[in-house]
Design a protein around this ligand. Structure first.
Ligand SMILES: [Zn+2]
Length: 202
């Protein structure tokens, strides 16, 4: 292994030379105290590792709309200015898109697009906002947010100050409808995975 210490007891090579994925039995890991809080996200301790103090790794009670062994799609209900909000979360604690293999990165973005398409069908928004920030929680995830002309912040970001009281009305079962569409797409995703493996040889 190249530079850096590995903080898991049982790892298998994955992706590039510095990128590792823990086996099923790997212990939880955390960066050394000297690195905490410095925004230090080098793959040698983030890739494939579950961080004990990461809120995404430790999340429970999520409304999961779809999942496979690498990622999950959840509905987000704690953003006051965004009543139609989904999040695509990579299970393993990686920080950046370039911590993923090409095939995994392709599949993640395809999933983001599946979610976008499903939300457009169900919600008919004025716009979809995609965002991947991770400055506060450096665990790879994509926000997929349906925006409406009469939502609280439009056209500003949902994290801007609210400009009006939202007048958005959503189907009560919108998350179930999105979940149903994603389930229908699951078979196609298997094909996408096979094609990307063929294309990238991984
Ligand atoms: Zn995490």
């Amino acid at each position: 292994m190249a530079a850096g210490r590995i903080f898991v007891s049982d790892i298998t090579p994955y992706g590039g030379a510095d990128v590792v994925r823990p086996s099923e039995n790997a212990v939880w890991a955390r960066p050394e105290p000297c690195l905490r809080g410095l925004g230090y996200n080098a793959p040698f301790f983030t890739a494939g590792v579950r961080m004990k103090d990461c809120p995404i790794c430790a999340a429970s009670g999520e409304e999961v709309l779809w999942r496979n062994d690498r990622m999950r799609v959840i509905a987000v209900h704690d953003e006051a200015n965004a009543p139609a909000f989904c999040r695509v979360i990579w299970h393993a604690h990686v920080a950046e898109m370039t911590d993923l293999s090409a095939a995994d990165r392709y599949e993640l973005m395809e999933t983001v697009c599946h979610v976008e398409r499903a939300m457009r069908r169900v919600l008919r928004p004025a716009k979809i906002n995609l965002a991947s920030l991770g400055n506060v929680v450096p665990h790879l995830h994509w926000h997929v947010i349906a925006r409406f002309a009469d939502d609280a912040c439009f056209p500003a970001s949902i994290w801007a100050a609210a400009e009006r009281k939202s007048a958005v009305s959503l189907p009560e079962d919108w998350t179930r409808q999105v979940a149903d569409i994603l389930a229908d797409e699951a078979g196609k995703k298997l094909v996408i995975r096979a094609l990307s493996q063929h294309e990238y040889g991984v």
